[in-house]
Design a binder for this molecule. Structure first.
Ligand code: AMP
Length: 281
């Protein structure tokens, strides 16, 4: 495993590897890795890329300081997992390396509509921070392919828009399916913080997404949404949103539409832990 902490060193490494004809498949993460992250590495390997992972707990994308403070950190275990998955290059900068002139002096992007709905509305400043860090990472790593998880559907759309704004027309963005636990719960670093009783009910989010999917022929979305909100609340969640959107541009839909790809999205808090998930319809 080669671990780079300095931008100048990873840049030198990337330029040497690309000089040898290797293509870089980049997997940016916040750390606390799990099988979901490793599936992105796996996909990069299948695509014959040199997988390069970054672990950077980016403070500028956390609108809630307690969420940042309690975010799980497990660097040793992460390195073990990366090695097992076949990833031998890790970029792990610190905050000063990423934002040398201070966070407020690093370029940010405006995602317009995408930043006003769902996660954008519930987590003000979150996508500004995501855009800021991903832009910086893309400039440093200059990957051929960027691997993202569908688990963060809106984030995928934001990053696609970012790539357009940055003029990265050669960058291939590869969206990988959400890996789930056996009961359907989407794998997430935040799941580690769930207590045993919370973990037992956590798959309710996925069950609600499946019911939104399966009832599209027989019910109105308003009714299904209300059912989901009631079920989530009864199980101890505080739902942030239960939403249906056009999968192509995230236009929010009031009801099911025929002939367009749709995505159902849920965000809900259980105790202090906020979980998100989505399902294509
Ligand atoms: P994070 O460390 O949470 O920022 O995630 C890093 C990358 O892994 C993002 O592109 C996520 O969408 C992706 N990811 C997170 N959880 C999963 C999952 N359960 N399945 C597939 N990809 C995931």
């Amino acid at each position: 495993m080669v671990i780079f902490k300095k931008i100048s060193d990873i840049k030198k490494y990337v330029s040497a590897e690309t000089g040898k004809g290797h293509k870089i498949g980049f997997v940016p993460t916040l750390g606390a890795l799990h099988e979901g992250h490793l599936s992105l590495i796996q996909k990069a390997l299948e695509d014959k890329m040199l997988p390069l992972c970054s672990i950077f707990l980016n403070p500028t994308q956390f609108n809630d300081i307690r969420d940042l403070e309690k975010y799980p950190v497990s660097t040793e275990a992460d390195i073990e997992l990366l090695l097992k998955a076949g990833c031998e290059v890790l970029f792990m900068p610190d905050v000063n390396e990423m934002y040398p002139g201070g966070e407020s002096h690093t370029r940010t992007y405006d995602f317009g509509y995408l930043d006003t709905i769902l996660e954008g509305a519930k987590r003000p400043g979150h996508f500004k921070g995501v855009g800021q860090v991903v832009a910086r990472l893309l400039e440093i790593v200059t990957p051929d392919n960027l691997y993202l998880g569908q688990k963060d559907y809106q984030q995928c759309m934001v990053i696609k828009k970012l790539a357009v704004m940055m003029g990265l027309d050669k960058l291939q963005i590869v969206i990988c399916p959400t890996l789930r636990e056996s009961d359907g719960l989407a794998m997430s670093s935040r799941n580690r913080r769930l207590t045993e009783p919370q973990r037992i009910v956590a798959s309710t989010i996925y069950q609600c997404l499946v019911s939104i999917q399966s009832k599209q022929q027989i019910s109105s979305f308003a009714i299904v949404r209300k059912e989901c909100e009631d079920i989530l609340t009864a199980k101890g969640f505080e739902p942030d949103y239960v939403a249906l959107a056009d999968a192509r541009d995230l236009t929010i839909l009031d009801d099911y539409k025929k002939d367009i790809p749709m995505v159902a999205l849920i965000a809900a808090k259980i105790g202090e832990i906020r979980l998100i998930d989505n399902l294509l319809l």
